[in-house]
Every structure is written in structure tokens, then in C-alpha cells.
Design a protein around this ligand. Structure first.
Ligand SMILES: C[S@@+](CC[C@H](N)C(=O)[O-])C[C@H]1O[C@@H](n2cnc3c(N)ncnc32)[C@H](O)[C@@H]1O
Length: 227
């Protein structure tokens, strides 16, 4: 599978033989030990549209409300949400098309294997992942749907794209949706018909409830979609 860019990883500090804690810095920022995981706020001004600490608080509320029995995170990156929910003893699956991220997640899991035993990771894109029949109570699609439209995959069709995500969940799909007005997101979709309106039209056809939840920025709202 061709990856378009190097993984956004700044450092993974395992700290040597005696260290109990692994410190992860990059697109996601967190520290995990043999006993707990904790998110960190962005250490620099990079990536102002996303902050692991802020999203972590939101994600915990979602997990408490929904109480999924199984969870998958598509575009799992450095694995934070997969690890967090696996610690709550929810079998949790991370999917990413970039093998660098999957490799790091597997290595962190091996390092803290008792705590993270309910996590697993798959190297795949959506086109490949939909061919496997497993489904999940909760699927998260955080800040990645815009990449699949015409960049890392060539869906170019909202019905097919959202339909494929819907097929991987038996109950809820939570999208963090970069709109066409999001400056960075717009870069990947500018010559297409990708818009929030087209997304909502499709989501309302595929789900019985589509709930808007304010996001970390105005142009990256969440949509909690329920079958
Ligand atoms: C902008 S980052 C978002 C990371 C994470 N979801 C979050 O919000 O913290 C996009 C992630 O999706 C992954 N990705 C991009 N295109 C993908 C595809 N077609 N299939 C699977 N993963 C993809 C990237 O490797 C990266 O980890």
C-alpha cells in the first residue's frame, strides 16, 4: 500500500530498561505506563486543529454514554483512542494505512502488554478493510474522511464512502468532519464535490439519527451517527 507521506511522529521515548512509562509525541500526544494512559495537550503550536487532551475528554464522555462492547478507530495514527478504550476492557481495533503508525502501536502494546491486552491493530485502507466482515458497536473516523475522497483513496463518491464506513458498524459511527471551509482539509478536496451538505444528505439516508456536536474548531464538527 502506498503511503503519501512519512508518519507525523516526533518521538517515542521508551526510557530504557528501568522505565515504566512511554512518552509519545507527534500528531497524538500521550504517556502510557504499565498502569494508565494520560493524554497531553499540544506541546507546541503545531496542529492547532487537534489536541489529544481535549479530544480525550470528549471521547471518554462518548464511551460513557454509548458503552460500546466493541470499538474500532479508523485512521488510528499513534493509537491513543484504541489504547484508552482497551484499558476500559473494551476490545478495540486500530486501522491505519501507514505501516509506520501500526508498527509503533504494536511496539507500544508489546511494551505494556498486560494493560493494553484488549487492543489490536490492522494495516489497511478502507477499500481493504470493508472486505472483512467484522463490525463494531462504535467506529470513530476522526479527521480522516477528507483524505479518502481523492487523496489516499479515490472514493470521490460520498454515498459509497459513508456507506463503507456504515457497513463496519452495527450501531454508531462518530465522524470528526473537516468541512470544505476548513483551510487544511480543503486542500485535499478542492476539486471535488466534497461538502458538509453532501455528507449530511448521505448520512441522513444511511442512519436513523445524525447528531451534530461542536468540535475543537468550528470547521471540524463531530457527527454522531446512529443506525
Ligand atoms: C489527520 S490524521 C488523524 C489521526 C487520528 N484519527 C486523530 O484524529 O487523532 C489521519 C490519519 O489517517 C491515516 N490515513 C489516511 N488515509 C488513510 C486511509 N486511506 N486508510 C487508512 N488510514 C488512513 C493516516 O495515516 C493518519 O494516521
Amino acid at each position: 500500500m502506498q503511503t503519501l507521506e512519512r508518519a507525523d511522529i516526533e518521538s517515542i521515548d521508551y526510557g530504557g530498561h528501568e522505565s515504566d512509562a512511554t512518552i509519545v509525541r507527534g500528531y497524538q500526544n500521550y504517556t502510557v505506563s504499565d498502569h494508565a494512559i494520560s493524554a497531553s495537550s499540544n506541546p507546541t503550536k503545531s496542529r492547532p486543529w487537534t489536541d489529544t487532551k481535549v479530544k480525550s475528554e470528549f471521547f471518554k464522555e462518548i464511551i460513557n454514554d454509548i458503552r460500546p462492547r466493541t470499538y474500532a478507530d479508523f485512521g488510528c495514527n499513534l493509537g491513543f483512542y484504541v489504547f484508552l478504550s482497551s484499558i476500559a476492557r473494551i476490545p478495540s481495533m486500530g486501522v491505519d494505512y501507514n505501516m509506520e503508525y501500526i508498527g509503533v502501536c504494536q511496539s507500544i502494546k508489546a511494551r505494556h502488554q498486560d494493560l493494553l491486552r484488549d487492543s489490536s491493530f490492522t494495516h489497511s485502507n478502507l477499500e481493504g478493510w470493508v472486505t472483512c466482515s467484522d463490525t463494531y458497536d462504535l467506529l470513530t473516523v476522526f479527521n480522516v474522511i477528507h483524505h479518502l475522497y481523492d487523496r489516499t483513496e479515490q472514493y470521490r463518491d460520498m454515498d459509497k464512502l459513508v456507506g463503507d464506513f456504515a457497513s463496519k458498524s452495527n450501531k454508531h459511527v462518530l465522524f470528526e468532519f473537516p468541512t470544505e471551509r476548513d483551510k487544511k482539509g480543503h486542500k485535499w478536496t478542492q476539486d471535488t464535490n466534497y461538502t458538509e451538505e453532501v455528507f449530511l444528505e448521505t448520512a441522513n439516508k444511511l442512519f436513523t439519527e445524525v447528531k451534530h456536536i461542536p468540535g475543537q474548531t468550528l470547521e471540524r464538527p463531530y457527527y454522531l451517527c446512529t443506525k
